[in-house]
Design a protein. Structure first.
Length: 279
């Protein structure tokens, strides 16, 4: 995602918008947000500032604030296609795949051959098991210059696609085994998706919610804990270890480790202590 430059009128005081953009380009997102907020105090109709503030928030994992600010940018300029696309990417990160697809369709309704829009719509169609649409979008995106591995397109366009990969769109059951997901010997088994095993691990974690119904954040911290698997090397597979951060019932930030394997697939469940998206 790129931060957009905007030529503002000459000012005697500090140009908070330009300073925010500079800080964002350096990865100093907290400081950038503060400067975009100061710019918006002066110019609340500056949709670029709302957009770039939302981008910074998305990089920091502040999904709710990011969606709200992308929406404000869209309210101010309903034809700004990049705001729809980036709002879609945040919705995808919190597993709102249908909502994300609606936003990408709005983006492409404004700019029909927007390469990045076609790519991400192809990815979303793949998640939603709309294979023909995914094949068409990814093929068009590659033709328009998006760097996509041929294997990815071949996989998306394969008639056997549905039987070879697991798509994790929702979690149906709550685990009653307290070791499920909390032990390397009893990992969550998510299988392999179009973009490899880690993509399914992320899809699973994006579906988890804490006791307050809020998305969790997570970071892979390593791998461990061999277990027997026909799909592992010499019959042995490893699990990946993720540190998951969430809020407890009192609103305090807590961390726990979850163990997830992509070597095998069993309908993934919600670990004890967590929730998932409500239907």
């Amino acid at each position: 995602m790129l931060f957009l430059g905007l030529q503002l009128a000459a000012q005697d005081d500090v140009d908070f918008y330009q300073l925010g953009g500079q800080l964002a380009s350096e990865g100093r997102f907290e400081e950038a947000i503060l400067n975009f907020e100061k710019e918006l105090e002066k110019e609340p109709g500056n949709y670029f500032a709302w957009f770039n503030k939302a981008l910074c928030e998305s990089y920091l994992g502040r999904n709710r604030e990011s969606i709200s600010d992308f929406s404000k940018a869209i309210e101010l300029n309903p034809e700004y296609h990049k705001a729809y696309l980036n709002r879609a990417l945040v919705k995808k990160d919190i597993a709102d795949y249908e909502g994300a697809l609606l936003d990408v369709n709005k983006c492409l309704g404004i700019v029909s051959d927007y390469p990045e829009g076609l790519f991400h719509r192809g990815v979303l169609n793949e998640y939603l098991m709309k294979y023909e649409e995914a094949c068409e979008d990814l093929t068009r995106a590659k033709h328009l210059g998006v760097e996509i591995r041929d294997q990815m397109i071949e996989t998306a366009c394969s008639e056997e696609r549905a039987s070879n990969y697991a798509n994790i769109l929702k979690l149906k059951d709550q685990a009653d085994d307290k070791t499920y997901g909390y032990s390397g010997e009893n990992p969550v088994k998510v299988g392999t998706g179009l973009f490899g095993g880690p993509s399914n691990q992320r899809a699973y974690l994006n579906l988890l919610r804490d006791s307050q119904g809020m998305p969790v954040t997570y970071e892979r911290t390593g791998s461990c804990c061999d277990y027997k698997s026909e799909n592992g090397l010499f019959g042995i597979a490893k699990t990946d270890e993720y540190e998951v951060t969430y809020l407890n019932k009192k609103g305090k930030k807590k961390k726990v480790k979850l163990y997830i394997s992509f070597y095998d697939f069993e309908d993934p469940k919600v670990p004890v202590g967590f929730r998932t998206i409500e239907d």
